[in-house]
Write a protein that binds this ligand. Structure first.
Ligand code: URA
Length: 212
C-alpha cells in the first residue's frame, strides 16, 4: 500500500484551522473544499490521459485529455459529501458512486446503509473520499466493495488519519490490491471511542451540524 502524506504549508495551515473547535461550519466547509483540491492534485497525478488534437488561435497541436472510461469518485456519506465538490472541480468528467456508511459507536464496526456504485469498475480509476481514516474499517469496507466490482486502481483521499487505521487498511487490503492513500496528515493515535487524537472531532458534525 502506498501512503502519501501531502506535506505542504497550505495543507498544514488549512488543517490547523479545521482542528480549531471554534471554527464555524461555514468556514469548515470552505476549507475542506480548498483542502480537497490540494489533495486531489496529488491523488490524480497518475490519472490516465490520451492525446487530443487542439486548434489554438495560432496553429494545431497535440494536447492531452483524461482518458475514457472516466474516473469514479465515491464519497462516503455523510462526511465524504463535503469533499465531493472539490474532487469534481478537478475531475469534471468523473462519475460519482455513493456509499452510505456509519459506524456502530459501541463496536466501531461499519454499517452500510446505501450502495449506489457503477456495476462494472473494471479499468476505472476510483477515488474513495472520506475525511477521517480512523479505525480504517470504512476504508477497508469501501475498498472491498470497489474491488468486488472489478476495480484494480483505488485511491483513498482523506484529510486526517491515525496510524492504527492505516495499519489496518494495509493488513486487510494490502494482499488484495495496491490501494493508495493520499492524506493531509497522520495524527498520533485513536482514543478509546475511536476518534483521532488530536484530530478535529466528528467531521460530519463539523461540516453539517449535530444529528441525533
Ligand atoms: N470520524 C470522525 O469524524 N472523526 C474522528 O476522529 C474519527 C472518525
Amino acid at each position: 500500500m502506498q501512503i502519501q502524506v501531502v506535506d505542504h504549508p497550505l495543507v498544514a495551515h488549512k488543517l490547523s484551522i479545521l482542528r480549531d473547535a471554534q471554527t464555524p461550519s461555514s468556514t469548515f466547509r470552505q476549507l475542506v473544499d480548498e483542502l480537497v483540491t490540494l489533495l486531489a492534485y496529488e491523488a490524480t497525478r497518475d490519472v490516465p490521459t490520451t492525446e487530443v488534437e487542439v486548434t489554438t488561435p495560432i496553429t494545431t497541436t497535440v494536447g492531452r485529455k483524461i482518458a475514457d472510461p472516466a474516473p469514479v469518485v465515491v464519497p462516503i456519506l455523510r462526511a465524504g459529501l463535503g469533499m465531493l465538490d472539490g474532487m469534481m472541480k478537478l475531475l469534471p468528467t468523473a462519475e460519482v458512486g455513493f456509499l452510505g456508511m456509519k459506524r456502530d459507536e459501541d463496536t466501531l464496526d461499519v454499517v452500510t446503509y446505501a450502495n449506489r456504485l457503477p456495476q462494472d469498475l473494471n479499468g476505472r480509476k476510483c477515488f474513495i473520499v472520506d475525511p477521517m481514516l480512523a479505525t480504517g474499517h470504512t476504508m477497508i469496507a469501501a475498498s472491498n466493495y470497489l474491488l468486488d466490482r472489478g476495480a484494480t486502481d483505488v485511491t483513498g483521499v482523506c484529510l486526517l488519519g491515525a496510524p492504527e487505521g492505516l495499519r489496518a487498511v494495509e493488513s486487510e487490503i494490502g494482499s488484495r490490491a495496491d490501494v493508495k492513500i493520499v492524506i493531509g496528515a497522520v495524527d498520533e493515535r485513536l482514543n478509546e471511542h475511536g476518534y483521532i487524537v488530536p484530530g478535529l472531532g466528528d467531521a460530519g458534525d463539523r461540516l453539517y451540524g449535530v444529528v441525533d
